[in-house]
Design a protein around this ligand. Sequence first.
Ligand SMILES: Nc1ncnc2c1ncn2[C@@H]1O[C@H](COP(=O)(O)OP(=O)(O)OP(=O)(O)O)[C@@H](O)[C@H]1O
Ligand SMILES: [Mg+2]
Length: 237
Amino acid sequence: MPVISFANAKGGAGKTTAALLLATELAQQGYRITVIDADPQRWITQWKEISGPVRNIEVISEITIASLQCHLREMASRTDYFIIDLAGARDALVTTAIGLSDHVMIPVQGSAMDAKGGAQILDLLALMKEKANLDIAHSVVLTRVTSMVTTKALLAIKGLLASRGVNVLDTPIGERIAFKELFETGGTLHTLDPQKAGNLEKARDNALSFAQEVMRLMPVRIIRSTSRVFPFGRRAA
Ligand SMILES: Nc1ncnc2c1ncn2[C@@H]1O[C@H](COP(=O)(O)OP(=O)(O)OP(=O)(O)O)[C@@H](O)[C@H]1O
Ligand SMILES: [Mg+2]
């Protein structure tokens, strides 16, 4: 069961939105999802409280460094994908969660500030590889993309990151009212009132393409040969 975390050291990059879209779309596909809400602001926990029971989704909150690994272990037999939503920081909990992840998604908006927050996570990943021999797969996912951002501009960002060896998902997450609305109304894109959501069909297509790309990157039957050892200082298997 892959562990996917969403990290960007800068607040407001679109982590929680992307994490919720992935969780709800994978759940819609029939996968059992455990969302670990490791952000003290508890946005996904609040979403769950408004939503009530959502098929295939469990949310765990009040996460600490000590409890994180226990939750992953406890829920493993009942989970197809773990999704960890992290605070906009580069602290010990973020570092621990990244160390326990199979894939780190780094949402990045077009702005320079945002790219800096993403770069801090890329630096952290490089450090973990160098110091702890932990080679953790990661991708940048472009978020809040509007029609103002041209294909040419997106290709330029992709090219720049690719030249530094960073994978960028083919599917950017668009700027959509429906994605914001989920946090107000609860539920998923499949239960949302079309009146409230602008072009709901496009939003659904976008979220599905994003989830499908992640599924292709991480088919669910990943078999880990050994459990991962953390924290730093020990050699990972
Ligand atoms: N694709 C999107 N379309 C529309 N609004 C979005 C989108 N992504 C994010 N937003 C909005 O931008 C704001 C910040 O997004 P979000 O909470 O997902 O970022 P974050 O990286 O999780 O922030 P934090 O670091 O504070 O946890 C929210 O108001 C959210 O509704
Ligand atoms: Mg957040």
